[in-house]
Design a protein around this ligand. Structure first.
Ligand SMILES: Cc1cc2nc3c(=O)[nH]c(=O)nc-3n(C[C@H](O)[C@H](O)[C@H](O)COP(=O)(O)O)c2cc1C
Length: 211
């Protein structure tokens, strides 16, 4: 009788050990699975991004706006100079002033907000490297646009710099100091209609090893 009980206890112990080992193995593989999902969603957001110029009346949550700015500032910059500054525009009067003044940014009138991505010349590299600020601010902009798509938002890059006329108009509307150059204005909101990205894949543009 005692040995029978001992056998049952032993069998139970083996089963518990087996279950624990299986669970431990599952936990160990989880981070890998998470990484794979994160990669998939990044690629999906990149592929789904398209310029969105019509927005619904739905408000954009504060956390989503912060996520856009975090994504922008996560971008690489030359010598890690981070020569950017962002103006988050929610004031309807300012959005209307942008729409009324800049022909190419008319959609700001219907946007819930807009973000002006600017270069800060006090942080830009000196000499020949100064213009790297344009690439730095562009990388930040693209990150922001992808983050907008990933969060179900719609946005469009409306170009300001290097147009001297547009730059002067935006400088005036936003009260920008001399050392701040607006690269673009990005109107943002929830898309008014379904977004269909263009398929731009073109293998003929790729060269391998030499031209
Ligand atoms: C530097 C730059 C400037 C742009 N300026 C404007 C603009 O002033 N107004 C506008 O409606 N779209 C503007 N766009 C968006 C382009 O028109 C758009 O990216 C292009 O047509 C490709 O479409 P997609 O973004 O949907 O892929 C600009 C894009 C870039 C990169």
């Amino acid at each position: 009788m005692t040995s029978k009980i001992l056998n049952i206890v032993l069998a139970l112990a083996v089963v518990i050990l087996a279950v624990e080992l299986t669970l431990a193995k599952q936990n160990a593989t989880e981070p890998q699975a998470e990484t794979a999902n994160a990669e998939t969603s990044a690629l999906t957001a990149i592929a789904q991004r398209a310029s969105v110029r019509a927005y619904s009346d739905q408000k954009v949550e504060e956390e989503k706006v912060e996520a856009l700015l975090r994504a922008a500032m996560a971008a690489p910059t030359a010598r890690d100079s981070r020569p950017w500054a962002f103006v988050v525009i929610k004031d309807r009067n300012v959005l209307n002033a942008i729409a009324d003044t800049l022909r190419n940014s008319k959609m700001a009138a219907k946007a819930q907000l807009a973000i002006a991505v600017c270069g800060d010349m006090t942080k830009a590299m000196e000499g020949e490297g100064r213009d790297f600020w344009i690439q730095d601010a562009s990388a930040a902009t693209e990150n922001l646009l992808i983050a907008a798509t990933a969060q179900g938002l719609g946005a469009v890059w409306t170009g300001i710099y290097p147009s001297a006329e547009r730059t002067a108009l935006v400088r005036e509307i936003l009260g920008l100091p001399e050392h701040i150059i607006p690269l673009n204005i990005i109107p943002i909101g929830y898309p008014a209609a379904e977004v269909t990205p263009k398929d731009k894949w073109d293998p003929s543009r790729i060269h391998y090893d030499r031209w």
